[in-house]
Design a binder for this molecule. Structure first.
Ligand SMILES: *Cc1c(COP(=O)(O)O)cnc(C)c1O
Length: 496
């Protein structure tokens, strides 16, 4: 079955998967969604016999129908190799009555590697298919993890330039060091005086600036996005939901057809939306539990049907979730109103003009069938890290701890004893200061890399290569700009 993609803001046109990947975002500002959902064409039993790459092929071939088998296998092979420090790619640990799906074994030790390891290859193949001869300029806003994962994926890739904007002061010290030490002739990293939403809005505005795009095209470039608005990031994320199910089935933890829950630490709503796509293709999922930190816009939506970004932006110890405008939520809103792009456009207009909108009763009912919302305060994140460590010796990073804390609340409130997978999105070594302080109760004043050694001494957990590699690395990027100067920085980088 051929799957084409439509924009959430104008569903009169259809494009191929490869075209959607090269564009990133639709011209009308909407996001691409599949016009209908395909179904897995092998049984769950058969799926359970496959390794990660095998599952990746079975899932991605359903969505990327204009890729040949050879092209897709090439992309998958290149992506999921020894860059990952685990043969399983995504190992699972059973800790305190839940499964932790560890998505942080890639080169930048956060879950963004799952999709950004493959996106450069998908993009390369897509550009060729669409006869694109211009150089692709990837503009990316990051709340901390996408930046490095995208840089690692695209550095040195011919025909591509990549520029990353991150909120100066809004990411962890290790995250920042990872980005500003990035080598490569085709890369540029810029801090902005603003928060993640400012960075994301700035990038979206540049994408939408027609004049600037014309200038760019004349100079032999075209933009694309490595943010989770790109379907080339969303679809590879569906894979590990299917793989988790297959893995639990293979190991006799569930029977074929049993439902399972996933708890997902959420920011831009890309990860959890991929879980929903997995459900739509036939993975038996009961609830997708959306875990927010104190920036609990989504939790409040689940409570009230109102999405309201008019509130203070809080800097938390889980910076990759410090987001008030969850871009991918637009896709769920679109699906929930029966794929009515006019209705969705109206609501998104309200969001950009008033900062809020209200979903109808039917839309909310549709969403509640699959999703539950929860949030964790900074205090409960910290005590969850300590409790799990004291009880089991397992160390959670701050983002995973948000999910774990929300799961504890959920179990208390519902007594739901469905087999549950907690989606673990980062290595504790990326957020050493907050993790160590949670465990030993000390307000540490030392440098972050000293704390890396302390965390290692305390827990015995091996220091990942991603961290030891950047310890002594030289800072190569020190540009900081105002949030209104991002376009200027793009011009400078491209010499326009
Ligand atoms: C990006 C990120 C998240 C949030 O994922 P979304 O897809 O934006 O919801 C959670 N945890 C970590 C560590 C991340 O890097």
């Amino acid at each position: 079955m051929e799957i084409l993609y439509k924009s959430t803001r104008d569903n009169s046109k259809k494009v191929t998967a490869s075209y959607a990947i090269t564009k990133g975002i639709a011209e009308d500002g909407g996001l691409f969604v599949p016009e209908k959902f395909p179904s897995l064409d092998i049984s769950l039993e058969e799926l359970s016999e496959l390794d990660y790459k095998g599952v990746a092929y079975e899932v991605m071939k359903l969505f990327f129908t204009d890729f040949t088998e050879e092209e897709l296998l090439y992309c998958i092979d290149k992506a999921y190799d020894s860059k990952f420090d685990s043969k399983e790619i995504v190992p699972m640990s059973y800790v305190d009555k839940a499964y932790y799906l560890e998505l942080f074994h890639g080169s930048t030790i956060a879950f963004k590697d799952m999709a950004l390891s493959i996106l450069p290859y998908l993009m390369k193949v897509s550009a060729k298919k669409n006869n694109i001869n211009e150089d692709i300029v990837i503009l990316t806003a990051t709340s901390g993890d996408t930046g490095k994962a995208a840089l690692a994926g695209f550095a040195g890739v011919e025909g591509v330039k990549i520029m990353v904007f991150y909120p100066k002061g809004g990411v962890s010290a290790i995250q920042e060091k990872q980005m500003v030490t990035q080598v490569g002739d085709n890369v540029k990293v810029v801090g902005i005086k603003g928060n993640f939403d400012d960075a994301q809005t700035g990038v979206k505005n540049i994408f939408a600036d027609k004049e600037f795009n014309d200038l760019l095209n004349k100079s032999g470039y075209r933009f694309s996005s490595a943010n989770s608005i790109n379907i080339g990031r969303l679809i590879p994320q569906v894979v590990y939901y299917a793989y988790s199910y297959a893995n639990l089935l293979k190991n006799g933890k569930i029977e074929e057809g049993d439902l399972i829950n996933f708890v997902v630490p959420t920011g831009n709503f890309g990860n959890i939306l991929a879980g929903y796509f997995a459900k739509c293709i036939g993975i038996p999922i009961n609830k997708l539990i959306c875990a927010s930190n104190e920036n609990k816009v989504l939790y409040d939506f689940f409570e009230s049907s109102v999405y309201d970004r008019n509130r203070d932006f809080i800097l938390t110890t889980s910076p990759s979730m410090d987001i008030l405008i969850s871009s991918n939520f637009e896709r769920l809103i679109y699906l929930s109103c029966g794929c009515d792009s006019n209705k969705n456009k109206e609501l998104m207009k309200e969001l950009s003009e008033k900062g809020s909108y209200k979903a109808s009763e039917e839309m909310k009912k549709f969403i509640d069938e699959s999703f539950v919302g929860g949030f964790a305060s900074e205090k409960s994140v910290s005590s969850r890290i300590k409790n799990v460590y004291d009880k089991t010796g397992y160390v959670l990073d701050t983002h995973t701890a948000v999910a774990s804390a929300v799961y504890e609340q959920y179990k208390d409130a519902t007594e739901d004893d469905t087999t549950t997978v907690i989606v673990s999105t980062a290595s504790p070594y990326k957020f050493t200061r907050a993790v160590l302080s949670s465990i030993d109760g000390i307000d540490h004043k030392e440098d972050d890399f000293v704390l890396v050694d302390k965390l290692c001494a305390l827990t015995g957990m091996a220091i990942p290569k991603a961290v030891s590699d950047i310890r002594e690395a030289a800072v190569l990027h020190d540009t900081v700009c105002g949030k209104d100067e991002m376009e200027e920085e793009v011009r400078k980088f491209l010499k326009l």
